[in-house]
Design a protein around this ligand. Structure first.
Ligand SMILES: Cc1cc2nc3c(=O)[nH]c(=O)nc-3n(C[C@H](O)[C@H](O)[C@H](O)COP(=O)(O)O)c2cc1C
Length: 374
């Protein structure tokens, strides 16, 4: 079993993550992890904070000469804006943020003690962990790509392309959207929202390629792969809905339009020509690409704030405003990619087992042979 925990406040000394269960013998590509860290900081519509931070991972334990040894891995990411004890208190909770419920729950009169941890700065640690998981998946030919498909109601037109082409198209886009034709429209929508002191939500899609059949299981509710992926995505700040494959559209379609017919050839084995199920049936991967979407609300910190109540005086006030992003959908897609990569790596470890990459690979080849000879 792979598992992880993170710690750290937005303006504290640093963020840390501990990862347990990573097999021994994995060469960790620190450069690719740092690249993902940088991607999380980018994307048109992000605020000034991201110009201060230069996120880099520092491995404190679990590696020798850049290779995992099977022991817990500790990762540290420095906060350059380490000002937590100098920042002013906050008493005007923002509608849509963790502020009020967190203050009431933990008994904090100063809401800063809530927002410092509720902040999505925490996701820097999750991207580090997910990117590490991508190193493991890569050994088994599995890749995960997330890209923006909609911002502020402006939808991209998606066409079928290879994973490499997709990665290239996302890499060239300021908003991580493979459809260059809508990019300009999205950028001007973000500019417009910013000028109006407003914020914008959207949606990103995630495609996992190369996953074998049989990750996850139908035998118990908490082993279902779709449930695990949905939970991971839902845990990302601002994500308010998750869809697998056709998702909501399938609830409005006929059965004959909603399922992927099954074919077989000697070279390919069993396969589908469509991806309505999004690559998961009965809580298990079916060997096709896994496709899912996450939908995000617009962020809660508004330059033209909504109405709120001062937690000290109980008088009406405008919600607090502090330096903030306008649109975080591109950055959130990087986080979504990371949390999905981690769940896929966990499901892979669970399916094929092994304490080292060597052992896992031996088991993996045996399993693929078994499936091929079925
Ligand atoms: C990458 C990223 C950056 C974010 N930046 C901000 C921000 O600058 N200001 C803000 O109010 N919310 C921001 N959020 C959203 C809040 O963290 C989130 O809305 C809040 O923690 C409440 O959680 P919920 O939206 O899941 O209910 C960001 C979210 C993500 C994914």
């Amino acid at each position: 079993m792979l598992r992880y925990l993170t710690a750290g406040e937005s303006h504290g000394e640093c963020l840390v993550a501990t990862v347990e269960g990573m097999p021994a013998g994995l060469k960790v590509d620190v450069e690719s992890i740092d690249r993902d860290m940088e991607l999380r900081q980018q994307g048109y519509g992000r605020g000034a904070r991201m110009k201060i931070e230069k996120d880099r991972v520092h491995f404190l334990s679990g590696l020798r000469s850049g290779v995992t040894i099977g022991s817990p891995i500790a990762i540290q990411i420095e906060n350059k804006d380490n000002t937590i004890d100098r920042l002013p208190p906050v008493f005007e909770p923002r509608p849509g943020h963790a502020d009020l419920s967190g203050a009431l729950k933990y008994g904090h009169r100063d809401i800063r003690s809530v927002l410092e941890r509720a902040s999505a700065r925490e996701t820097a640690a999750r991207v580090a962990v997910g990117s590490l998981a991508k190193c493991l998946l890569k050994e088994f030919g599995i890749s995960v790509h997330a890209y923006v498909v909609m911002i502020g109601g402006i939808w991209a037109k998606m066409r079928a392309v290879s994973a490499q082409e997709l990665a290239r198209a996302i890499g060239h886009s300021l908003v991580r959207c493979p459809d260059r034709a809508v990019e300009k429209k999205i950028i001007s929508a973000i500019d417009k929202a910013k000028a109006q002191g407003n914020t914008l939500g959207g949606a990103f899609e995630i495609r996992v390629t190369g996953a074998p059949v049989g990750l996850g299981s139908f035998v118990q509710w908490d082993r279902k792969l779709d449930g695990r992926l949905a939970r991971a995505l839902m845990s990302v700040q601002t994500v308010k809905a998750v869809e697998m494959g056709l998702g909501i559209r399938s609830s409005q379609s006929l059965g004959s339009e909603s399922h992927d017919e099954i074919f077989w050839t000697k070279s390919r084995g069993f396969y589908r020509k469509t991806e309505s199920a999004g690559g998961i049936e009965g809580g298990m991967s079916n060997g096709e690409d896994i496709v899912m979407r996450a939908y995000l609300k617009p962020i809660a910190t508004l330059k033209r704030p909504l109405r709120s109540v001062d937690v000290r005086t109980k008088k009406p006030v405008k919600a607090t405003y502090q330096r903030s992003d306008v649109c975080t959908v591109p950055a959130a897609s990087v986080i979504g990619e990371a949390v999905v990569a981690f769940e896929m790596a966990d499901a892979l470890c669970e399916k094929i087992g092994g304490d080292s990459i060597h052992e896992m690979m031996r088991n993996y080849k045996g399993y693929l042979k078994q499936v091929h000879e079925f």
